[in-house]
Design a protein around this ligand. Structure first.
Ligand code: UD1
Length: 366
């Protein structure tokens, strides 16, 4: 069974790694990694290959950054050539990035079966490019690997053929279980001089938050006002550019409790999230990682595709309104014992065996 695995952006590397490991040593399964080059900085791509022990891609298209149509179109052209050359039995596309959509479209048009990892996640907000990517990818996939029961329900509502849906669980959870011990060995808290449970982590990179200078300003002002605890802020390159363009970078750097740092590796980030009091984020993956690590999450969005985490009270949606963010965070800080409560919640995204379920299901169609 030859599987072409299309990756491009940081979270896709994490989502893919446990699937590749699951099949390592199995002579009947051959993975060929195709990197679109959507992410190209060392901290956004290469570092994760080392940490997650992934083999080098057989092809890197080096597409880089650009508008959505340009980026997706250029990837599709490159992926068409790659798929024709590699002749895989199936093209596996994880997540919801432009690389995911480009991989799915290029493959289905060449009549190569598409398998989507993280199928059925829905925020029902078409302003988010990821929602567009998810919906279109699901609708041209032959095999849909859903992380939760709710994702399965979403797919059924859209008329997906039931036999094509597989409730696998989440491969990010598999990765987290595999790497938790490694993450605990990270010295990031010591390097940054932080005490367990006495700091927060912030990540923000979604276009609706960083491309709109008013929204970015509101979020940054909320962070600057929340002087109760140090806030570690590993900034995505896109966010750094926008902070500079909006004239906000100096103010953020001047706030003593805000610790602006470069994007972190996987192990460092897991350790930081596990030991933090609160995570502020607009990332989909980080909402789940905070949930699994029993850390309260404050999501800087109005909607989420991971509604389960909100329903269980482990995640709060606050959008990008300054007063709302500050109020909710103060409420949260005043609540005692939240870590114990969060640790008692069901983990909901499978048993850490999503990758083996995916490989098993793929064997049946190839
Ligand atoms: C992409 C995904 C998003 C995912 C995120 C993870 C889409 C539509 N979005 O967003 O779902 O959560 O990756 O990080 O696919 N840049 C660099 N170096 C890099 C990569 C990006 O400097 O290695 C800068 C460039 O200025 C670029 C900007 O970041 O224009 C945005 O990158 P892009 O790939 O368009 O999307 P992300 O915001 O990273």
């Amino acid at each position: 069974m030859k599987i072409a695995l299309v990756i491009g952006a940081r979270p896709q590397i994490i989502k893919s790694a446990p699937i590749v490991h699951e099949a390592s040593g199995d002579v009947e399964v051959e993975f060929q990694l195709v990197h679109t080059g959507q992410h190209y900085d060392f901290e956004m791509s290469r570092i994760f290959f080392g940490e997650l022990e992934l083999p080098d891609p057989v092809i890197n298209l080096g597409v880089g950054s650009g508008s959505h149509a340009w980026q997706t179109g250029k990837m599709m052209i490159g992926l068409e050539g790659a798929i024709e050359k590699l002749r895989p039995d199936v093209v596996l596309v994880p997540g919801d990035t432009n690389s995911t959509l480009a991989g799915a479209l290029a493959a289905v048009k060449l009549q190569v079966p598409v398998a989507h990892v993280e199928a059925g996640a829905r925020s029902y907000d078409l302003r988010m490019p990821e929602e567009v990517n998810r919906r279109l990818t699901d609708h041209c996939s032959r095999m849909l690997f859903a992380a939760t029961e709710n994702c399965v329900k979403n797919l059924l509502k859209e008329g997906t053929i039931e036999d094509q849906i597989h409730l696998s669980g989440d491969t990010m959870y598999d990765a987290l279980l595999r790497h938790k011990a490694g993450a605990l060995r990270s010295r990031i808290l010591e390097e940054l001089g932080l005490a367990v449970g006495e700091y927060a982590v912030l990540t923000v990179h979604r276009p609706e938050n960083v491309d709109d200078p008013e929204a970015l300003k509101a979020i940054m002002e909320a962070m600057i006002e929340l002087k109760e605890l140090p806030i570690v802020f590993p900034a995505h390159p896109r966010t750094m550019e926008r902070l500079k363009a909006a004239g906000l970078l100096r103010r953020v750097k001047e706030a003593e409790h805000v610790r602006l740092v470069d994007p972190l590796g996987y192990h460092e980030m897991l350790r930081l999230v596990k030991d933090s009091r609160i995570v502020f984020t607009d990332s989909g993956g980080l909402q789940k990682e905070a949930f699994w690590l029993s850390t309260m999450c404050i999501t800087l969005r109005e909607r989420t595709e991971w509604v389960e985490t909100v329903e269980l009270g482990a995640n709060m949606l606050v959008g990008n309104n300054k007063n709302m963010i500050v109020r909710k965070v103060r409420e949260c800080l005043a609540t005692e014992g939240s870590e114990t409560r969060l640790a008692g919640l069901p983990k909901l995204f499978g048993e850490g065996d999503a990758s083996s379920k995916i490989i098993e299901a793929l064997r049946k169609i190839c």
